[in-house]
Design a protein around this ligand. Structure first.
Ligand SMILES: Cc1c2[nH]c(c1CCC(=O)O)Cc1[nH]c(c(CCC(=O)O)c1C)Cc1[nH]c(c(CCC(=O)O)c1C)Cc1[nH]c(c(C)c1CCC(=O)O)C2
Length: 341
């Protein structure tokens, strides 16, 4: 059924004729066709909540960049919204929650969302996209890790420190756990529904993992990611990407996930030693794409060399930055495709 199943085979740990490649945040502002469509709409949320349009921008990078996987166009912040906390996407600023979680009563008011009732627009986008892709490449579904979602729900917006969210872990750990449990229950049902709707791979984004000390990371984040992986075990391959949490690799290695995502600060050989037989994904520095074509090619080859010795899915170490020249993204993709380690 799949014409290109390189990603799925690499995720399962099978040998592939070449390394599969895609980019986190490939659907979005690096593509002029995305910006053109986005410019005709009222805002980001209209795009996310209109399944036909979300599907269109999901497929744009498959056409324009020739990547080996599509990632459904959505956002991790649809989960807090489904639980009862609305977000706004402020132009040139980022996400904003007009109301935040401050007290036990706030946590009590949140619901464990039924994905069919509250996230039907994402499930519809997955169904439409799966059909439109017609087996060209696998479709990735995703969600934020519970801690990263808590960070936005408590802080209310992006932050360098997320100190309000981190304060909660010290001052009211029991309340933090109650919130994390509700987010986890919602996320499990949501990811299972994504698979039913057509997602063939799932990725969990723990974008703010790196701000926690290791002991807090185990207690407030890894523990819930493990529950999610256990609930999805046997369904589809799951990738865990925890930016900055280099110390947590042995913990991820013990989870029933298939792939571990690396950021650009991590050493692939070191991770291979700690991660057993997992597939590794990553990890070119997104800023390497600001170089010349020759520099991009050399940096990509150097990255590929570092992943020798086990299954690898090539990617950046975090999402592609909006001001990246798509021509250089093509050089990255083509260099991976030509590589025969
Ligand atoms: C932390 C996080 C968010 N969202 C996401 C994360 C985890 C990944 C990461 O760490 O980068 C995940 C996400 N957000 C988006 C996708 C779409 C699929 C893809 O990867 O191409 C994915 C997988 C679309 C988006 N999500 C957002 C945009 C840009 C909004 C626009 O088009 O105006 C897109 C394309 C907005 C967004 N959404 C979020 C922020 C902080 C912002 C503003 C900053 C930014 O623009 O990157 C929250």
């Amino acid at each position: 059924m799949l014409k290109n199943d390189l990603f799925l085979r690499a995720a399962r740990g099978e040998a592939t004729e070449r390394t599969p490649v895609w980019l986190m945040r490939q659907a979005g502002r690096i593509l002029p066709q995305y910006r053109a469509l986005r410019g005709r709409l009222s805002g980001f949320k209209e795009l996310v909540e209109t399944p036909e349009l979300a599907s269109e921008v999901t497929i744009q990078p498959v056409d324009a960049l020739d990547v080996d996987a599509a990632i459904i166009f959505s956002d991790i912040l649809v989960v807090p919204e489904a639980m009862g906390l609305t977000y706004e996407m402020v132009e040139a600023r980022g996400p904003l929650f007009p109301e935040v979680i401050k007290s036990a009563a706030d946590v009590d008011r949140l619901r464990v969302a039924d994905p069919h009732e509250h996230l039907g627009y994402v499930l519809d986008a997955l169904r439409i996209t799966r059909k439109a892709l017609n087996g060209r490449v696998p479709l990735i579904g995703f969600a934020g890790a519970p801690f990263t979602i808590l960070a936005y729900m408590v802080e209310g917006h992006g932050s360098k420190t997320f100190s309000k969210a981190r304060r909660l872990l010290y001052q009211e750990p029991a309340l933090a756990h109650r919130l994390l449990e509700k987010i986890t229950a919602t996320t499990i049902a949501y990811l299972q529904a994504q698979v039913e709707a057509g997602a063939q791979v799932l990725q969990i984004f723990d974008s703010w993992a790196g701000i926690l000390p290791p002991a807090h990371y185990s207690e407030f984040s890894a523990r819930y990611i493990a529950q999610i992986c256990a609930a999805l075990d046997g369904l589809v391959p799951v990738t865990v990407f925890a930016k900055g949490a280099w110390w947590a690799i042995p913990e991820f290695a013990a989870m029933p996930c298939r792939t571990i995502g690396l950021d650009w600060n991590q050493d692939p050989q070191q991770v291979r030693r700690e991660a057993g037989n997992k597939t590794l994904q990553g990890n070119l520095d997104p800023c390497a794409l600001y170089g010349s074509r020759e520099q991009v090619k050399a940096a990509t080859q150097a990255m590929l060399r570092q992943f020798a010795g086990g299954p690898h899915i090539a990617n950046l170490g975090h999402g592609v930055y909006p001001d990246t020249n798509p021509d250089n993204v093509r050089v990255f993709v083509d260099t991976v495709k030509e590589w025969r380690g």
